[in-house]
Design a protein around this ligand. Structure first.
Ligand code: BES
Ligand code: ZN
Ligand code: ZN
Length: 504
């Protein structure tokens, strides 16, 4: 995709469609202004009053033969006094999706008065432009990869234009950065949506390795033998039931002096979760190819951070496994030993995510990290708790949680905190091992996931846990305009925003 920022008048823009933006309270004036400019093209639209500038609404009209662009789309931004960054993101996403539906090659999007939006939202010109760019770029994703006849047409050339040269520096910077971040979101979505017959732990590792070479970070991959030698007993056990053996990935990015402590991201990489011996019901099981949404968010964060050249050190730990029922599978009642030696009684083989994360969180301590954040599609209970709006945030460090919350509000990849009170600990007690992997059914399921992980972290480092089971993939009815069917790539924008604060 070619991208451009042009300081030009709308009349001078050449694209298959030129999209002008209008606030609801200024829609009438805007239509008259455009109508004068384009010599009466909008007469009937004005007469019918069909376009009112409502948020996410669009209208298409055709321009006469003496114009550089043939089509004019007007997109509604809602009331100018109520505009937010999320409203912009959604409005531009709606317009971009419309452009896709017309199968047009090039589209130009008007950038509204950044100063006006800045004064209402309090966001910087950079952030306003970032939201607009995200709206357009995040929709340019091909969900029909496996159609043999694929008629999806992405926009090949995107122009953002304004007739004021005032904000060119911030706007072009935001444009460049947003493209990097949105590309990283799309990498994450692609990985998540990939069927598990193609994306095994081994293939996942190969993909990341290949991508890291272009991306500017490095990857070390442990195979099953190495995982066993290192005594990562939980990863090993969960992977045992599958003919696709596990992998353990270590991603490294050094943007600061090597002696500087890193931030560690840990991502759950279950390429398919059948539940194992405690097998899941058939309905919805297909979605469990996306049970590596946490791992995908970590990879996406690396893609973005390395290309944005953040001045910080970042480590990514990804245990990748397939959870399957088989004669070799681990079973309820088994006792496993994690990397640090903590013993776990298996209550339910479907609570596999927390097991592989336990090894990774143990391993994370080796880095003496500044902070560790794990991200995982850990509990169905997160969907019960939050619907598809928010991810669950837990952890042992108030400052870290505060930073994550703020990054969530800004990117609209929002989180809400759940408590890890010690009183919950006893629900995970085992008679035969240090802890068991599931608490009583239907009680604080998402918190129980956090309580289990807390046992492995203790206070070894500042830690936050993000349960993204609620937001990693969407249902059509709850999907935001800038989402595409299936995976959302949740976490990439959140992490990129959060980690900016560690860059110096
Ligand atoms: N991968 C699932 C959680 C999940 C469910 C993610 C739905 C996304 C959508 C996880 O491994 C799991 O099965 N968790 C169990 C835990 C229970 C057995 C303690 C669950 O949530 O039921
Ligand atoms: Zn499971
Ligand atoms: Zn799972």
């Amino acid at each position: 995709m070619k991208i451009k920022y042009e300081v030009k008048k709308i009349k001078d823009i050449k694209a298959d469609v030129v999209c002008s933006a209008a606030f609801e309270d200024q829609a009438e004036q805007k239509l008259h202004w455009l109508n004068t400019l384009f010599k009466g093209t909008l007469d009937t639209l004005i007469e019918t009053n069909d376009f009112k500038g409502k948020v996410n609404s669009t209208v298409l009209s055709y321009l006469g033969p003496d114009n550089r662009s043939k089509r004019l789309m007007i997109l509604g931004l809602g009331n100018s006094k109520e505009v937010t960054l999320e409203i912009l993101r959604k409005a531009y996403a709606s317009a971009a999706k419309k452009v896709n539906s017309f199968k047009l090659n090039s589209a130009a999007f008007e950038v509204p008065d950044l100063a006006l939006i800045k004064s209402i939202t309090g966001a910087s010109h950079y952030e306003v432009m970032q939201a607009i760019c995200e709206g357009v770029f995040l929709t340019q994703y091909n969900p029909k990869k496996y159609y043999t006849k694929n008629d999806y047409t992405p926009i090949n050339e995107v122009i953002f234009f304004t007739d004021s040269p005032k904000y060119t520096r911030e706007a072009t910077e935001a444009l460049k950065d947003s493209k990097i971040v949105c590309d990283a979101v799309i990498v994450a979505r692609d990985l998540e949506n990939e069927p598990s017959n193609f994306l095994t732990p081994e293939k996942f590792a190969e993909y990341v390795k290949k991508s890291s070479i272009k991306g500017g970070y490095s990857v070390t991959v442990f195979d099953e033998k190495k995982i066993s030698q290192l005594n990562m007993g939980c990863v090993l056990a969960v992977g045992k039931g599958s003919s696709n053996p596990p992998r353990f990935l270590i991603l490294q990015y050094f943007g600061a002096n090597k002696s500087e402590k890193p931030v560690v991201l840990v991502g759950k990489g279950v390429t398919f979760d059948s539940g194992g011996i405690s097998i899941k019901p058939a309905q919805g099981m297909d979605q469990m190819k996306m049970d590596m949404g946490g791992a995908a968010a970590v990879v996406g964060a690396f893609e973005a951070v390395a290309r944005l050249k953040y001045k910080m050190n970042l480590i990514g730990l990804i245990p990748a496994v397939e959870n399957m029922p088989d004669a070799n599978s681990y079973k309820p009642g088994d006792v496993l030993k994690s990397y640090s030696g903590t013993t776990v009684e298996i209550d339910n083989t479907d609570a596999e995510g927390r097991l592989i994360l336990a090894d990774a969180l143990d391993y994370a301590a080796n880095y003496k990290p500044k902070a560790v954040i794990d991200v995982c599609t850990l509990t169905g209970a997160a969907v019960i708790c939050f619907g598809h709006l928010l991810a669950g945030l837990m952890g042992n460090d108030a400052e870290l949680k505060k930073k994550i919350f703020a990054a969530g509000e800004k990117t609209y990849e929002r989180v809400w905190e759940l408590p890890l009170y010690n009183e919950y600990d006893k629900l995970m007690k085992s008679e035969i091992a240090d802890i068991k992997n599931a608490g009583p059914a239907r009680q604080a399921g998402t918190i129980m996931g956090g309580i289990f992980l807390k046992k492995f972290v203790q206070d070894k480092y500042p830690w936050a846990h993000l349960d993204i089971a609620s937001v990693a993939f969407n249902l059509a009815e709850s999907a935001e305009e800038y989402h595409t069917p299936g995976a959302t790539g949740y976490g990439v924008r959140l992490f990129t925003e959060l980690l900016k604060q560690y860059s110096h």
